[in-house]
Design a protein around this ligand. Structure first.
Ligand SMILES: NC(=O)c1ccc[n+]([C@@H]2O[C@H](COP(=O)([O-])OP(=O)(O)OC[C@H]3O[C@@H](n4cnc5c(N)ncnc54)[C@H](OP(=O)(O)O)[C@@H]3O)[C@@H](O)[C@H]2O)c1
Length: 232
């Protein structure tokens, strides 16, 4: 498969890229900074996904180089922790620019390449967060942007069904990455205690569900957001 993963320089995106490369797939990744991965089947684009034209140019290059995509994983994302009263609109807009508008743009561009896939069930998978169902205080901008992504999944799954393209999301509980490094441990522990399976989510908890949701074994699943760890 040719799998595009956004935000492959660190964290979840990097772990996913390593997993799919180890499994023999071609991975196209991106980030604002240079690659941290070096593999013959890995191609890195240095791009800020909030720059719409630059992102479109990346997809044009992918089309020229690979001809098609079999899966898109919209992983790149950012967050902020602040009371909404002290969060400037500028900060909220920046979060939406990456977490929602860049995802929308990547989906639009990727559909043109996913339609050329020979896979039985080409897929888009978006990364969401427990901050949505748990309506976590201090995360208004972040959780609102990911709520928008979950709604995108529901609507887009219908609009793309005719093209044979599925759209789902994976909702993550806390994982140790750059994104969570400033979150105090007691706060992380309190979140973990709310999960049905009360332990820290690891990268190996994530790769299996991602592989399933972009693969042919989930060919009849679309429009869903699946949460890890038991989040209710
Ligand atoms: N970690 C958690 O506990 C957790 C929990 C729930 C959900 N999530 C979600 O999981 C996803 C991955 O998070 P993570 O924890 O792995 O974060 P991370 O370690 O901060 O990784 C984010 C990745 O996105 C890239 N990126 C950031 N801004 C970008 C931009 N404007 N354009 C292009 N690439 C950009 C970064 O590379 P550059 O710096 O090179 O741009 C990096 O590779 C996010 O969608 C996040 O919301 C994470």
């Amino acid at each position: 498969m040719i799998i595009m993963i956004t935000g492959t320089r660190t964290g979840v995106g990097r772990a996913l890229a390593e997993h799919f490369l180890d499994s023999g797939h071609e991975v196209v990744g991106c980030g604002r900074k240079p690659a941290t991965l070096d593999h013959p089947k890995y191609r890195h684009y240095q791009v800020d996904l909030t720059e719409t034209d630059r992102t479109r140019a990346m997809f044009r290059e992918v089309r020229q180089e690979y001809g098609h995509l079999d899966a898109l994983i919209n992983n790149a994302g950012t967050s902020t922790m602040n009371h909404f009263m002290t969060t400037p609109d500028e900060v909220t807009r920046k979060i939406f620019d990456l977490n929602f508008f860049a995802v929308l743009n990547c989906c639009r561009e990727a559909v043109k390449l996913l339609r050329k896939s020979d896979e039985t069930a080409p897929a888009i998978l978006n990364v969401s967060t427990v901050a949505v169902p748990w309506a976590l205080d201090g995360h208004l901008a972040y959780s609102a942007s990911k709520s928008a992504v979950e709604q995108l999944v529901r609507v887009m799954s219908k609009e793309l069904a005719a093209f044979g393209i599925r759209v789902n999301a994976l909702g993550l509980p806390p994982v140790r990455t750059v994104l969570t490094r400033t979150v105090a441990q007691p706060k992380i522990d309190a979140l973990i205690a709310r999960q049905a399976i009360p332990r820290m989510c690891t990268m190996s908890d994530i790769v299996g569900p991602v592989e399933f949701l972009i693969g042919r074994r989930s060919a009849f699943i679309t429009g869903e957001t699946v949460f890890l760890g038991g989040v209710h």
